[in-house]
Write a protein that binds this ligand. Sequence first.
Ligand code: SAM
Ligand code: SF4
Length: 335
Amino acid sequence: MLDRYGRQIEDLRVTLTHTCNFSCFFCHMEGEPVAGDLLSPKEIALVASVANEFGVRSVKLTGGEPTLRRDLMDVVSALKSVGIEDLSMTTNGVLLGKLARGLKDAGLDRVNVSLHALTPEGFVKVTGVNAFHLVLDGIRAAQEAELRPLKLNYVVNSYNERETLSFLDLAQSLGVDEVHLIELHPVGLGRQAFGTHVSLDGLEEKLRHISSKVETRSKHMRPTYKLSSGTVVEVVRPYRNPLFCSGCNRVRLTVKGELKTCLYREDKVIDVFEVLRGNLVDEDKLNFLRTAFRMALFIREPNFKYGPRSYGEQTSEVARFVPRARLLRYDSRLP
Ligand code: SAM
Ligand code: SF4
């Protein structure tokens, strides 16, 4: 299925909660404002099954911190049961030590673990939490559980930029399969933290010199460097990047039950919460969801179309991000 710009939809990104046990200073919260009631595993699976009919083969779970959902195993098995081939999760990794094996058994295929620092001190500066070693334990547990390929997400900013090449050495010593170097997005708290944004031009230049192979992935047209050391590094550069948007194959399911067609846009959404929660039989819900997907495809458009101004138009967004302590009230599924 193609949108009006000829872009295929292959990937569904599902936000499971807005709650988090970290406070990363740049957190974009997937570009979503605060929500109340969460979707159930069955409701999420209904959306995924229709997405699957529209060509979606991969689903990524995100948040907030997805491992804080008490019913995470149910979400995973419900998604696997509707035929999602590639089911993955992005996590801060701190609970993976406890959960990795169960997640694999429930049907999760792989994980991305976010790690933006080389040392416990650097880690506290980014996340506000002293949990560097717990995350390393989580990475090892995920590897033991065969949640592979295991990828590390590293959001580059002015504090950790100089350590990036050393971080790649750490990744290699940990035996991870891939590293994603992510440009800081001006979304959510990332807007406030945008003073720490750095261009990834210089890093890409260095990567070219130490790579044996450079490729471009179709997803977001991401450049990928195979280092002579064996580590694979994918560079994620969405900021003012038409190429990135041209290769965008993603639709999002927000925590409050909307199909969201772009991380940066609050307006291009189709609300399916009432359909999912309403008193209809499943077949009717599926039919409504099919219509909603067709509409989402129709309204989907690349963000670059609006140029740099579109970032300025999102200023109201930050004000709607509330402190974590207040978010906790909303999530009844917290352990
Ligand atoms: N809590 C999980 C985690 O941190 O991996 C999942 C949710 S987090 C919002 C998803 C991914 O977005 C993480 O890799 C995180 O580092 C990244 N991220 C958060 N804010 C960002 C920003 N402003 N710019 C770029 N990436 C960001
Ligand atoms: Fe939590 Fe940090 Fe992930 Fe945001 S980026 S959801 S604060 S771990």
